[in-house]
Design a protein around this ligand. Structure first.
Ligand SMILES: Cc1ncc(C[n+]2csc(CCOP(=O)(O)OP(=O)(O)O)c2C)c(N)n1
Length: 395
């Protein structure tokens, strides 16, 4: 497509939308006008922002327009999660903004709900500006008020220039958005922050995640999760500061994939720490491939949240009466996985005291630097508590 504006006449049930490409500044003009005149406007930044290498442009626009930012699971890190305008990926604070917003700017996101993303509540009553490289996503799930078709980076740059020109470079200075975001985050995250500091035994998984954040250089590391609670818990609290510092994945969620992801990250960035966080099932699926780390001398750490069960798979998890065939498995009392994996040649440790989490992680990351893989078994409680997806009750 070239830079001209096009109008699309649509069927009666679909609103007439204005659609333009992001190739010129002029073409992005309608978006900012609505943006500036509408009251509550979170920005939904999708994985397309990472593919386009547009994180800096996203940050610049968000700051200029002074808007709260939400990222979906796969886009974690597209926006720095220690930024005052960052709301979150999931949880009460995200629900608060998605519910209250009257305008949403979605960039590089298909806005297609699945099991691991939010639905947009009352979408028909909101104004949705949708910037996407693929026009098939426009008006797909929700009525699109204004579409900008094009690369996320070009789009964000054009929007920024347009807003800047129309405000003489001042941007939007409505209210103390950052303070509101902080209050919403403090409230939404309070219960997780509490257990991140917990001294209880068996160790609370959030204590491991909090300590992992403390030990890692978050600008020079890669973390990923497994299917199950490790995904749900980590995507609720793990602060990701750089694009792909955390790989969130789901929908097609084959257990064991975290190992492949951690290997790929290590191959791509040998100088970065690479950590896969898993439960029992994920570990079971990756067992056969652990030798690859030894053979290839890949210094990766496998963090095992060892709690003797598939924590999210008890009776009733998928709805009343649901009872999967397997939800209890041999746990740390019956099997010492640190011995099993230690026999392979990994550096292994078994940790049952909260105070030992940080020293054990440090030792693991240390041996990783000489190309030796590490496996740390943390004896944890089952704690299936995490932020929810809006519009997706327990199914
Ligand atoms: C190959 C495969 N089989 C089954 C599933 C369904 N599944 C998703 S999570 C899960 C249990 C996860 O349990 P565990 O690894 O112990 O992690 P927890 O949730 O307890 O932290 C299962 C069976 C899957 N995602 N992939």
């Amino acid at each position: 497509m070239t830079g001209e504006r096009i109008w699309i006449g649509c069927a009666a049930t679909i609103p007439r939308i204005r659609c333009c490409t992001a190739a010129t500044r002029r073409s992005a003009a309608t978006g900012p006008r609505r943006w500036r005149t509408t009251r509550r406007r979170p920005q939904n930044a999708g994985e397309g922002v990472i593919y386009a290498g547009a994180s800096e442009d996203l940050k610049a626009l968000a700051e200029l327009v002074n808007v709260p930012v939400i990222t979906p699971l796969k886009a974690k890190g597209a926006f720095p999660e220690n930024h005052p305008l960052f709301v979150g990926v999931r949880g009460d604070q995200v629900a608060h903004y998605l519910n209250k917003s009257d305008l949403i700017l979605a960039v590089g996101s298909s806005l297609s709900p699945h099991r691991f993303s939010h639905a947009i509540p009352d979408a028909a009553k909101k104004t949705i500006i949708h910037c996407n490289v693929d026009e098939l996503h426009i008006n797909k799930m929700y009525p699109t008020a204004h579409a900008v078709i094009g690369d996320a980076r070009l789009t964000l740059q054009a929007l920024r220039q347009e807003v800047s020109d129309r405000t003489s470079g001042a941007g939007r200075t409505a209210g103390d958005v950052a303070a509101e975001v902080k209050a919403a985050r403090d409230q939404g995250l309070a219960r997780y922050r509490q257990v991140m500091n917990s001294d209880e035994t068996p160790i609370n998984p959030y204590r491991v995640y909090g300590d992992l954040m403390e030990v890692l250089d978050l600008r020079n590391s890669f973390v990923t999760h497994e299917s199950g609670n490790t995904r749900d818990q980590l995507s609720t609290v793990f602060d990701t500061l750089i694009p792909r510092g955390f790989l969130g994945w789901g929908n097609v969620s084959t257990l064991g994939f975290s190992l492949a992801a951690a290997i790929a990250a290590k191959k791509a960035f040998p100088g970065r720490a690479s950590v896969a966080v898993t439960g029992e099932a994920g570990l079971g699926y990756m067992l056969g491939n652990l030798e690859v780390l030894l053979r290839e001398k890949l210094g990766i750490t496998v963090v095992h949240i060892s709690n003797g069960g598939f924590a999210g798979y008890g009776p009733g998890f998928w709805g009343p009466g649901h009872d999967p065939f397997t939800h209890r498995v041999l746990g740390p009392d019956e099997v010492d996985m640190s011995k099993v994996i230690g026999a392979l040649g990994f550096h292994t440790e078994r940790v049952s005291e909260p105070a030992e989490v940080i020293p054990a992680l440090r030792r693991a990351l240390d041996v990783n630097t000489s190309g030796r893989p590490a496996y740390i078994e943390f004896i944890c409680c089952q704690y299936p508590v995490y932020g929810q997806w809006v519009g997706r009750g327990a199914e």
